[in-house]
Unconditional design. Sequence first.
Length: 398
Amino acid sequence: MKINKKSFIFGAVFGIALALGLVSAARVFGIHLFVPGSASQQMYDKAKVVEKCIDSYYQGDIEDEKLIDGGVKGMVEALGDKYSQYFTEQEYKELMSGINGSYVGIGVTLRQREEDQALIVQQVMEDGPAAKAGIKAEDRFISVDETDVQGKNLEEVIAMIKSEDNKERTITIGIERTGENGQKEQLEKKVVCKEVKIVSVHTKQFDDVGYIQITEFDKETAGQFKVALENARNESVKGLVIDVRDNGGGSLEATIQMLDELLPEGELISEKSKKDGNKVYHSTNETSYDKPIIVLINEHSASASEVFAGTLQARGAAKLVGTKSFGKGIVQTVLSLERSCGGGIKLTTAEYFLPGGKSIHKKGLDPDVRVEYKNSEGDYDAALDEPLQMALKLIRQD
């Protein structure tokens, strides 16, 4: 075949020029020319182009760390799964403190009033640092270490107090307190920040019926539940009410341990995951509870609390009273990124099924007896708690 030398030289020069042009364009926009393929390569190229545009044209301050965190958050959000999330280093620390059942702080629960954004002490942990310093429920926070916190949002103020860096450190809390005569006084309380264990299990006894409220499932919950259950084994107790209303879930491991305390040998739940395939959890028959059990649920009972209530119902060990549960039958795993890029990531990694293979995801649990709690305003009164009163009645009739 005869080659046209002139055309060949022109083509070669054009090709070289085109390549040089692409390399030049890549350098201008900071692009690394990878072989097309992986999402990470394409994302890198796009990110560099966007970064160049921001650097060149954006009229405003630029914080690199915020851009990076925002980009990674957007990547996880693109999954379209509301339960998956990227956490910055600070967010990850706060998340893990809740999961681990303890945190460094002063032992108070704060709420922010809607009408004036005031930060009010809702609850003071018994024998906690704040209680020892004389802080009381209904006190209003006005300063932390002489920094005015009036007008700040709740998360900002919590971050100032709840931090590993504050361990054994004395902080000064400025409060406003309203006396019995209606007079307001401003006080300063010096509080030593300590490691505070979260109390997630609360007990009462209604004459001959035991009552255990579980507010969340964390690493301390199973141990607290075991202690509470021992009191409910008393001969004078006819049965047990377990309240998981408004419990958004938590540790699946803690839930399995607690179910093992209540149920004889048998299947608890099964789990299907991309990484581990199918896994079935069983109770060990080391302990069980053979008295009547009623579990209180509502529309805010979700995830681990649904595993707990649903397994007891499916095994015939308990009846459910209340309203239909939330319907979250998937499992999230929190992965630490501290050794790589910092922070952490929570991803949906599995779906669980109750004994017999029932999924409750987007379906929820149906109560055996539907009773709605109507007294949602004003101070709590157990006598006006219709689901609780129904549960007590059913146990006494059993």
